[in-house]
Write a new protein. Structure first.
Length: 321
């Protein structure tokens, strides 16, 4: 008998694909919310974090006496990898592949809105102003994608299709990469920003990437550069970003993630006319929860059959290698 526990968020419906697993003769299904997790962990073999923003497991992990596998229904697992779990034998998987194309399209959306000055066009429309003007070419522009995992690679493919020149930044420098050509060491980021039009963060949050985008990095960008963050809010020193935007050190930003979410009312980023704020939704296209559920069912069948997972999080590194 396999005991499967699903940690669900209050008010969130668990899809039928997941509840159907409880109808299997050899599966005991427990669906709980955060306040019930501690009492449900004893005997649990598999834990699905359907409430993917929850940090409840950290305080309750001591109750996990038979846990073998945790699946996070999200791409990022930084909030999950606390020391006790990282040191354990528990296997961790994530929703690798589910959000690649949606996030790549969202990044392109930010770029198009800025390059074609669409916000100004909407303002003119509201005021009935006929204001013809030229806009920026995308072909031949330069993009640096910080984060060379599957999402970063999909962003590279989408942008390359529009003849945007793409390079990457990752944990180590290399050449001959199939999607990026050359990859720089992200620790040397400020030395490689001259001439870059689009600086895009999709890196996982690790010790290396926390506060990576600080005053030094923003100062190294061209005044015409545009910053996009669809990775993690904690990768950015927000006060330094606000200063860079207000002082004209960079031309603007498209921000989907923040170090504090929801972004507090009255925060200067809400009012900045050179910023697009979206509420952590870059991967959420129609049917995304269904796709997440289908992915877990497929992985659960592999687990039940004793097969190897197609991807596993390297708990020391903090991401799927």
């Amino acid at each position: 008998m396999t005991v499967l526990t699903i940690l669900n968020a209050p008010g969130t419906e668990v899809p039928d694909q997941l509840t159907d697993l409880g109808r299997k003769e050899d599966v005991e299904l427990r669906i709980v919310e955060a306040h019930e997790l501690g009492s449900s962990l004893p005997g649990t073999d598999v834990l699905l974090l359907w409430d993917f923003f929850s940090k409840a497991l950290r305080s309750e992990f001591g109750h996990a006496d038979s846990l073998k596998w945790i699946h996070a229904a999200a791409a990022g697992v930084d909030s999950l990898l606390f020391d006790e779990l990282s040191a354990s034998e528990v296997v961790v998987t994530n929703a690798r592949g589910i959000f690649d194309r949606p996030i790549a399209e969202f990044v392109l959306n930010y770029i198009l809105i800025h390059a074609k000055n669409s916000l100004r066009s909407l303002e003119d429309q509201r005021e009935s102003v006929w204001n013809r003007r030229s806009t920026q070419n995308l072909a031949g522009s330069q993009a640096l994608i910080v984060g060379t995992g599957s999402i970063g690679r999909e962003i590279a493919k989408v942008l390359s299709a529009l003849d945007i020149n793409v390079t990457g930044a990752g944990s180590h420098a290399r050449t001959g990469d199939a999607d990026f050509g050359s990859v720089i060491d992200s620790s040397q980021l400020s030395s490689h920003l001259s001439g870059v039009d689009w600086v895009i963060n999709i890196a996982p949050l690790t010790d290396r990437t926390k506060n990576l985008f600080d005053a030094e990095v923003f100062n190294a960008m061209d005044p015409s550069a545009y910053f996009i963050n669809v990775g993690r809010g904690e990768a950015v020193v927000t006060s330094d970003l606000v200063h860079a935007l207000e002082s004209g050190q960079i031309s603007g930003a498209g921000l989907d993630v923040f170090d504090e979410e929801p972004l507090p009312a009255g925060h200067p980023l809400w009012q900045a006319d050179n910023v697009i704020v979206t509420p952590h939704m870059s991967g959420d296209t129609d049917g995304w929860r269904t796709r997440l559920a289908d992915q877990f069912v497929d992985l659960f069948e592999k687990y039940a059959a004793g097969e190897t997972f197609p991807h596993t999080v390297d708990k020391a590194a903090g991401y799927v290698r």
